[in-house]
Design a protein around this ligand. Sequence first.
Ligand code: CA
Length: 229
Amino acid sequence: MDEKVSVLVVEDEAYISRLFDAVLSAAGYRVTIAGNGISAAAILSSNMVDLLVLDLGLPDMDGLEVLRGLRAWSNIPVIVVSARELEKDKILALDLGADDYITKPFSAPELLARMRAALRRTASGAHDEAYTVGDLCVDFNKRRVTVAGVPVKLTHVEYRIVEMIARQPGCVLTYAQIIRGVWGPYAPADDNRILRVNMANIRRKIEADNVSPKYILTEIGVGYRMTGP
Ligand code: CA
């Protein structure tokens, strides 16, 4: 299988996004363009993006808000390509979880080299990264959950909920944290009905007894917690 790496470019200036599209498509990437932060967050939440190229000056919000929302639930590589060239802007973006920072005007070969480096780091860093407790194993690299070695068929949303909770075993994640992490920063975090429905489905799939679960525990009125190792 040789799937193309999927890159989302968030860029509001049409001639620059056409340039990105041409350069990245020619280099063999599958390219999607978003012209503002809201559509970027929507595309990212589909979880089909492998790498994000992010402009900071967007018409509806600061690109850093897109980054902040994404980092609540995803570790995909992010390369900021911005006209902001002050050191403090770079430090802020890197502290928020950007993997790299390039100032405009950018060189296409340099961008491609930095993308390759970021993708290599992710691939090696993600190697055999998994959380196991009892018979449950959440493989963050393969994005797969197994119980006693048997793969569990989860939807994208269900997987992301499990991944988020499993990445911080023993810690309580509040309903609002999970909702924002999975459905994005604009999801109504005070309404946890959809989360509860998804959790019921997850438990049916991974727990031997979904009335008294042993992997994902409920902290009543607060949120959920993955059993610690
Ligand atoms: Ca811009």
